[in-house]
Design a protein around this ligand. Structure first.
Ligand code: HEM
Ligand code: MG
Length: 330
């Protein structure tokens, strides 16, 4: 059965996390790594299983221990990803591609493809990974990182900060509108595209530093090499992703997608927008999870219900009055 979600850290002070017990090791051919540099790095230091196959509980514990990610956000992101990319019966998720190590998969249309799977969680206009339509959606892309460096030089005096994040994300979105006929910025992507733009500022900066300016060598260390900088201390105090709204506000855009061709971005008012986190939750359950699992039975149904409870219970604190939806009965 699915393991219980871990609670918050008791001690959220900064500490050395690139320590002797968590040495960086190169990826082995059979290890799974994917589109998330935060999780890739934890796996390459042994804060997560080095093979890249983990339970939701292990992921929540590791992002808290390694980066001081706030408990609600850690649970929300982890259960969202696990519900669409993981094996809910065996309680295992690949942080990269599909893997036999997550155990026997439920039948299609379920995917259980790991975090690399496009369109259920991973999406377009990532900072350092290509759109799936245009290329590799999970590996570090040097061309994109070089563009990011250019923006950091132009807008951030050589550092990655909130201003650079806002300007560069706008560029990534404009490039996708112009080159990807399948570009999609509907919920949940309208949220995650900005959340992951603030993660480097909130989590990749050493906890002893307080200016919120990310050094680009340190950025590359995480994004490309999946490696903590030497002597890396995690952030002092837990944090979520609230500053994603500051990034989005620099060049606002409503949820939408290219319909059928490039340069044809059509807004979709039926999608949750950044102001409606409750709809982010409910549409994720009904539009995405339920499409993958239209009529589950037995242990699969049980496991889905438990994981959906864990997902829902990660939100009410921040969204008062958001009702739970029960696609498989309460
Ligand atoms: C991107 C999953 C936590 C940093 C992603 C993506 C996924 C993902 C699926 C790909 C989205 C896309 O770009 O299309 C998760 C899960 C987490 C988690 C399940 C569990 C809590 C973290 C943490 C950090 C982080 C703690 C930072 C320490 C990032 C960054 C990107 C990203 C920076 C964007 C990469 C880029 O294209 O430049 N994550 N993530 N994530 N994640 Fe995570
Ligand atoms: Mg992506």
């Amino acid at each position: 059965p699915p393991g219980k979600p871990p609670g918050p850290l008791k001690d959220t002070s900064s500490k050395l996390v690139n320590d002797a017990r968590h040495p960086w090791k190169p990826v082995r051919p059979s290890d799974q790594r994917g589109p998330c540099p935060g999780l890739n790095t934890l796996a390459s230091h042994g804060w997560l299983p080095r093979n890249g196959i983990a339970t939701p509980a292990q992921i929540i514990t590791a992002v808290q221990e390694g980066y001081n990610m706030e408990n609600d956000l850690a649970r929300f992101v982890t259960y969202a990803a696990h519900l669409v990319d993981g094996n809910v019966v065996t309680d295992l998720l690949s942080i990269g591609g599909k893997s036999k190590l997550t155990g026997p998969a439920p039948p299609p249309p379920a995917i259980v493809g790991g975090l690399n799977t496009h369109a259920v969680f991973e999406g377009d206009a990532s900072n350092t990974r290509s759109d799936a339509f245009l290329g590799n959606n999970h590996e570090f892309n040097e061309t994109l990182f070089d563009q990011l460096v250019g923006y950091a030089n132009k807008y951030g005096a050589g550092k990655y900060n909130v201003t650079v994040a806002g300007e560069f994300k706008w560029r990534r979105i404009q490039d996708s509108i112009a080159t990807n006929p399948e570009f999609n910025l509907l919920s949940p992507r309208i949220f995650t595209v900005y959340a992951e733009a603030v993660f480097p500022i909130n989590f990749f900066i050493d906890g002893r530093q307080t200016d919120r300016q990310l050094d680009l060598d340190d950025a590359r260390s995480f994004l490309q090499n999946m490696r903590f900088p030497d002597d890396f201390h995690r952030r002092n105090g837990s944090i979520g992703a609230d500053e994603m709204r500051d990034i989005a506000a620099i060049h606002p855009i409503n949820p939408g997608r290219n319909v059928g061709k490039v340069n044809n971005y059509v807004e979709d008012p039926t999608s949750a927008g950044l102001a409606d986190s409750c709809k982010l939750y409910s549409s994720f359950v009904t539009d995405i999870v339920q499409k993958l699992y239209p009529a589950p039975t037995g242990n699969l149904r049980k496991a889905l219900k438990i994981n959906l409870d864990y997902f829902y219970n990660s939100i009410p604190v921040t969204i008062p009055g958001c009702a739970q939806v029960f696609p498989y009965g309460s």
